[in-house]
Design a protein around this ligand. Structure first.
Ligand code: GLC
Length: 470
C-alpha cells in the first residue's frame, strides 16, 4: 500500500500537490497523516512543519493557472471527487490531474479527506454530504464496509447499465461481490487490501525457525526472541478502539473457523466458542504470554508499524502498505530483513485475512452522471490500476493487472500473496455496519481491558442482534 515518508517529505509532497501550478485542484488537507497516519493536524501546524509561512503559501497559490478551457466547443463539465487520502511515490491529486490532462470533456476537483485509519471520521463526513442529496461530491471512494449502507440508502448510483457483466469479469469475483448490494452493482472496484503477517527473516533464521503457520509457533518464536534479547516485542497488532480493531478481530476469529455475523445478515456468531477463543488469545498475547505490549490497546496502523520498522519487534500484523515502508532506508532499520506471509491460524484451522480496500461510488444525486462515469471508468482502467499499484502501492482488483511484471518489480510481495488478497474475509455485510462496528469496537476493547471475554462478547451479541433485526 502507500509508502510512508518522513514528515518533511510528506509535507512537501502535500504542498506540491496542493499549491503548485499544473497540479490537480486540491482542497487543503485537513490532516497530514498519510494513508494510515495520525489525523487531525491543524493547518497552521501543517504550515509550520512544512516550513512555510502563510505568505509563502499565498505566493505559491497565486501561481495557480487560470483554469484552461478544456473543450474546443465549450467548457468542460466540472465534477468533484472526494476520497480518503492515500499516497506513495505519487498522490491521488496527481492521478486526478493526469485524468484532467488526458481529455478535455471533464474537469475533476479533488477533495482530500482524512486517511483511512480515520475510517469513522471519513465515513461521517461522506454520510453528511451524501444525505443532503445535492449531488456533491459527484464521485467518492468508499471503504468496502460502507457499500451496503450507501446502496441501501440509495446514495450510490447503481452502475450495471454502465459496467455490465462482461466488463466485470475482468475483476476478482470477491471484490465484485463486495461492490454489489441486493443484485445491483453500486461500486466500481478500485483496490483490494488485506491484513498480513510481517516477520523478521533474520531473527527467525537465527532461531532456525520459519514463518509461523500457527499462533502457537508465533508465540513460541516471540518468547524465544524476547528472552534472548533479540526483540523487545514479539507480536504487534492494532487494539485501538477503532475500525482496525474489527479488522484484526475478523482475522483472529476467522483463523479459528469462526465469524461475527452469518451471511444471512441476522445470525450473530460473535459469542460462539471460536470467537471467544480468538478474543481470549488476543488478551493472552498481552497478559499471559506478554509478547504484545499493553500499548497496542491504543495503537492503530502507524503506531504499531513504527516499532517494527525500527527493529524492535519480531512480528507485526498490518496492511500491505507496510512492505514498502520496511524497504525504505529513511523509514526503516530493517530493510531486506522483512518477510511477509499469511497470518497464522489455530491448530488444524486455516489462515484468515480481513478484506479491506476502497471502491469508487457515484453519487445517485449527481447532475453529471456521464462525466462521473467517464471519470470512474478511467480511474478503474487497467492503466490507472497499474499506476496505483506501482506508484501508490494499492493492490489491483483486475486479475490481469495483478500479473503485470511492473508489479513484481515494484511490489514483489503482492503476487506471492495473491491468494491472501483474493481470499480475504469481509467484515459483517449489512447496511447497519456503522452501528455494528461501534458495538464491536467498544465490547472487544472492554474484553481486552478486563479479560472478561465471555461477558463482553455476549453483550456484543445481544446489541448486534437488536441492530440487525431492527
Ligand atoms: C484499511 C482498509 C480499510 C479499513 C481501514 C481500517 O485502510 O483498506 O478497509 O477499514 O484500513 O483502519
Amino acid at each position: 500500500m502507500q509508502e510512508l515518508e518522513p514528515p518533511e517529505r510528506k509535507t512537501q509532497q502535500n504542498c506540491e500537490a496542493a499549491c503548485l501550478p499544473g497540479k490537480a485542484s486540491v482542497s487543503p488537507a485537513s490532516s497530514l497523516g498519510g494513508n494510515h497516519g495520525t489525523p487531525g493536524m491543524p493547518r497552521r501546524d501543517f504550515l509550520k512543519r512544512a516550513g512555510l509561512t502563510l505568505a509563502g503559501v499565498t505566493a505559491a497559490s497565486s501561481l495557480l493557472p487560470v483554469r484552461r478551457a478544456w473543450a474546443a466547443g465549450g467548457n468542460p463539465v466540472e465534477i468533484t471527487f472526494a476520497s480518503a487520502k492515500f499516497y506513495g511515490k505519487q498522490t491521488i491529486a496527481e492521478v486526478v490531474e493526469a485524468y484532467n490532462g488526458a481529455q478535455s470533456k471533464v474537469h475533476v476537483t479533488y477533495k482530500e479527506l482524512p486517511p483511512p485509519s480515520s475510517s469513522t471520521e471519513v465515513h461521517q463526513g461522506l454520510v453528511q454530504q451524501l444525505a443532503r442529496r445535492n449531488g456533491t461530491p459527484d464521485v467518492f471512494t468508499q471503504d468496502i464496509i460502507w457499500v451496503a449502507e450507501f446502496a441501501a440508502a440509495k446514495w450510490a448510483l447503481p452502475l450495471d447499465e454502465y459496467f455490465g457483466r462482461e466488463v466485470m469479469k475482468d475483476y476478482f469475483p470477491g471484490i465484485v461481490q463486495g461492490c454489489t448490494w441486493q443484485g445491483k452493482l453500486t461500486a466500481l472496484p478500485w483496490f483490494v487490501d488485506s491484513g498480513m503477517l510481517y516477520y523478521r527473516k533474520d531473527l527467525l533464521e537465527g532461531l532456525g525457525a520459519k514463518a509461523p503457520e500457527t499462533w502457537d509457533e508465533l508465540i513460541d518464536s516471540s518468547k524465544k526472541l524476547m528472552s534472548a534479547g533479540k526483540a523487545k516485542f514479539g507480536f504487534l497488532w492494532q487494539g485501538k478502539q477503532a475500525e482496525v480493531l474489527v479488522c484484526d478481530l475478523v482475522s483472529f476469529i476467522g483463523s479459528n473457523g469462526g465469524s461475527i455475523l452469518q451471511p444471512d445478515g441476522t445470525t450473530v456468531t460473535i459469542a460462539d466458542e471460536p470467537a471467544i477463543e480468538a478474543v481470549q488469545m488476543m488478551h493472552d498475547f498481552i497478559r499471559k504470554h506478554q509478547i504484545t505490549p499493553e500499548d497496542v490497546l491504543s495503537w492503530d496502523e502507524e503506531p504499531s508499524r513504527r516499532p517494527f520498522t525500527s527493529g524492535e519487534a519480531a512480528f507485526l500484523r498490518n496492511w500491505s502498505y507496510v512492505w514498502k515502508v520496511a524497504q525504505t532506508p529513511a523509514d526503516s532499520s530493517v530493510v531486506d530483513k522483512v518477510g511477509v506471509s499469511p497470518l497464522p491460524h489455530f491448530p488444524s484451522k486455516q489462515s484468515a485475512a480481513c478484506l479491506g480496500g476502497y471502491q469508487y461510488g457515484i453519487n445517485a444525486s449527481t447532475r453529471n452522471r456521464e462525466a462521473a462515469v467517464d471519470f470512474v471508468r478511467w480511474m478503474s482502467s487497467p492503466e490507472t490500476q497499474l499506476r496505483f499499484a506501482t506508484q501508490l502501492g494499492l493492490c489491483p482488483t483486475r486479475a490481469a493487472v495483478f500479473e503485470q511484471p511492473q508489479i513484481a518489480q515494484e511490489q514483489p510481495f503482492m503476487q506471492p500473496l495473491k491468494s491472501v488478497f483474493i481470499g480475504a474475509i469481509p467484515r459483517p455485510v449489512t447496511p447497519k455496519y456503522p452501528q455494528v462496528t461501534l458495538i464491536l469496537q467498544s465490547e472487544v476493547s472492554r474484553a481486552l481491558a478486563t479479560g472478561n471475554v465471555k461477558a463482553a462478547l455476549q453483550s456484543a451479541k445481544e446489541k448486534i442482534q437488536n441492530v440487525v433485526k431492527a
